[in-house]
Design a protein around this ligand. Structure first.
Ligand code: ITT
Length: 183
C-alpha cells in the first residue's frame, strides 16, 4: 500500500518515514504540499481542512499532520502558530519572551487521514518544559529548547529520547495501528 504524507516539512517527513520503514507493506511517500492553512486554535480543525485539500489533489490514501508547541504560562503560545512564530523569532525569541515565567510546555500533534469517504484523526502529545538556553544540534524547530518531562536532555540532544517520547511518534503509532488493523 502506498500512503502519502502531505507536508512541506522534510523533518516531519523523515521522522514519519523512519517509523513506517519497519513495516515493509506500507510505503510512505511525500506529497510536497504547500497550501494556505486556515487560522484556528485547533490542530484538528487545521489538519482536517488540509487533508481534504490533499485528498482532492491526489485521490489516494493520504495524511497530514499539524503540530505545535504550547507554553502554559504564555496562554498556549505559539500553539497552532508555531511554524510562523519559529520563522519570525526562533528559539531565542521564545526564550526572551519567557524570561522568568513558568516553563511548563507541551508538544501536540494531530494527524488527519483520508481515504475515499473515510476521515480519521490521531493525536499525540509530549509534556515537558522549556530549557533555559538552546542545547543540541539534532532534530528541528523547537527541539533545542524542549526537555521532555522527567528528563535532562533536550530533544535536540537525543534522537533516542525524541523517538521514544515525541508527540509525532505517538500520533504516528496510532495511525499505524489503524492502518494495519483495519479490515
Ligand atoms: P506542514 O504544515 O507543511 O506539514 P509545517 O512546518 O508548516 O509543515 P506545522 O504547520 O504543523 O508544520 O507547524 C508546526 C511547527 O511546530 C513546525 O514548523 C515546528 O516549528 C514546530 N514543531 C512541530 N513539531 C516539532 C518537533 O517535533 N520538534 C520541533 N519543533 C516542532
Amino acid at each position: 500500500m502506498e500512503l502519502y504524507f502531505a507536508t512541506s516539512n522534510k523533518n516531519k517527513f523523515s521522522e514519519a518515514l523512519e517509523l513506517f520503514r519497519k513495516n515493509g507493506s506500507v510505503q510512505i511517500k511525500q506529497l510536497k504540499f504547500k497550501h494556505n492553512e486556515i487560522r484556528s486554535d485547533s490542530l484538528e480543525e487545521i489538519a482536517l481542512e488540509a487533508v481534504e485539500k490533499a485528498y482532492r489533489k491526489i485521490k489516494k490514501p493520504v495524511f497530514v499532520e499539524d503540530s505545535g508547541l504550547f507554553i502554559e504560562s504564555l496562554n498556549n503560545f505559539p500553539g497552532t502558530y508555531s511554524a510562523w512564530v519559529y520563522k519570525k523569532i526562533g528559539n531565542r525569541g521564545i526564550l526572551n519572551i519567557l524570561k522568568s515565567r513558568n516553563r511548563t510546555a507541551v508538544f501536540r500533534c494531530c494527524i488527519a487521514y483520508a481515504n475515499g469517504n473515510k476521515r480519521k484523526v490521531f493525536f499525540g502529545e509530549c509534556s515537558g518544559k522549556i530549557a533555559l538556553r538552546e542545547r543540541g544540534k539534532k532534530g528541528f524547530g523547537y527541539d533545542p529548547i524542549f526537555i521532555p518531562a522527567g528528563k535532562k536532555k533536550t530533544f535536540a540532544q537525543s534522537k533516542e529520547l525524541k523517538k521514544a517520547l515525541s508527540h509525532r511518534y505517538k500520533a504516528i503509532i496510532a495511525l499505524k495501528s489503524y492502518i494495519f488493523n483495519k479490515k
